[in-house]
Write a protein that binds this ligand. Structure first.
Ligand code: A1EG2
Ligand code: FE2
Length: 312
């Protein structure tokens, strides 16, 4: 019946590191507008596109994307470990429609979803149990990456199905923009890191705390100009936001994974979640921008952006 769109960067460091003066207030105000937007569109169904960072999805089996029929939070960085309230018939309807329309969809009947999929819904919806929600996992860290055109088509096909439902659907995309946090990569990983990347679910509390402390500390060092990670790229981020605003979602197809890594860092692939969400939104027709926000926030290791839209 209706689709609306809300894409926002996540960063688990938001709750740990203080950004430059005035930035916290600016982002708080953005989240106030996000909550007001949710109230306005009054969703009856939420569909989230979120990545994972080797908390729920590992190299023992790494799909490019997956519809979750059931999922719960991993609880990393103090995010919710609640069970999502998933309307299974809608998840199943989406998956069936996707496979019927040329998308090789993976499903999960019990996904664990980390801050990448939980932080933004939790923050803007007041928890992950408040609205019936179908979480869609989109791989944003683990090579190989399928072409962006496949992500765009996946979003478009899911949007086609959602537009047939008698629901007010809020699409949430979470991730990106440019950033390069210290997530291990298989090609350069040590044996211990490879063991983790292969099957590192449910770390000990000590291992989790050590991992998080390292990332939090990297954010502080990055802001001081002392971290050995790629710079944020505000120009790239704003060009990406331009494509979101344009509504010409096929223009996303020009992005290649290799160039994205070079230009915008190893975690820029999280923007796949935005691509899928924008494409789903666009399948319902032209849309109008309701919010565009951008700030490079090194303390959070985030080219931090937002883009909201409603049908024109
Ligand atoms: O926990 C991790 O491995 C990465 C954490 C992380 C840090 C900054 C921005 C992000 O988007 C992000 O996910
Ligand atoms: Fe992330």
């Amino acid at each position: 019946m209706s689709l609306s769109l809300m894409c926002i960067s996540h960063s688990p460091l938001m709750g740990f590191n203080e950004p430059a003066e005035g930035v916290r207030e600016e982002v708080d105000a953005l989240f106030d507008r996000a909550r007001a937007f949710v109230s306005e569109v009054d969703p009856t169904l939420v569909v989230t596109f979120g990545p994972d960072h080797y908390n729920g999805f590992f190299y023992d089996l790494m799909p490019p994307f997956a519809i979750c029929y059931a999922a719960h939070g991993a609880g990393d960085y103090d995010t919710s470990a609640d069970e999502f309230v998933v309307p299974e018939h809608i998840a199943a309807g989406l998956a069936q429609y996707a496979v019927d329309h040329g998308i090789d969809m993976t499903i999960s009947r019990g996904a664990e979803l980390d801050h990448g999929a939980v932080q933004i819904p939790e923050t803007v919806l007041g928890g992950i149990t408040k609205y019936p929600t179908v979480p869609v996992f989109v791989n944003g860290v683990a090579e190989p990456f399928v072409p962006i055109s496949r992500i765009r088509l996946m979003g478009q096909v899911l949007g086609d199905y959602l537009a047939t439902l008698d629901e007010r659907v809020l699409l949430i995309g979470s991730g990106g923009l440019s950033h390069d946090p210290p997530v291990p990569r298989w090609a350069e990983a040590t044996e211990a890191q490879r063991a983790f990347l292969l099957e590192g679910r449910h770390p000990t509390p000590e291992a989790r705390a050590a991992r998080q402390a390292k990332t939090i500390n990297t954010g502080l060092k990055f802001a001081a100009g002392e971290a050995d990670i790629q710079e944020l790229n505000p120009e790239w981020d704003n060009a990406f936001l331009d494509v979101c605003e344009s509504g010409d979602v096929t223009a996303f197809d020009a992005y290649t994974a290799t160039q994205m890594t070079l230009d915008a860092g190893h975690s820029s692939h999280e923007v796949r979640c935005w691509v899928a969400a924008c494409a789903a939104m666009r399948s319902a027709g032209p849309y109008v921008t309701r919010e565009r926000y951008y700030r490079a926030i090194p303390e959070w290791i985030a080219g931090f952006g937002a883009f909201f839209a409603t049908t024109a």
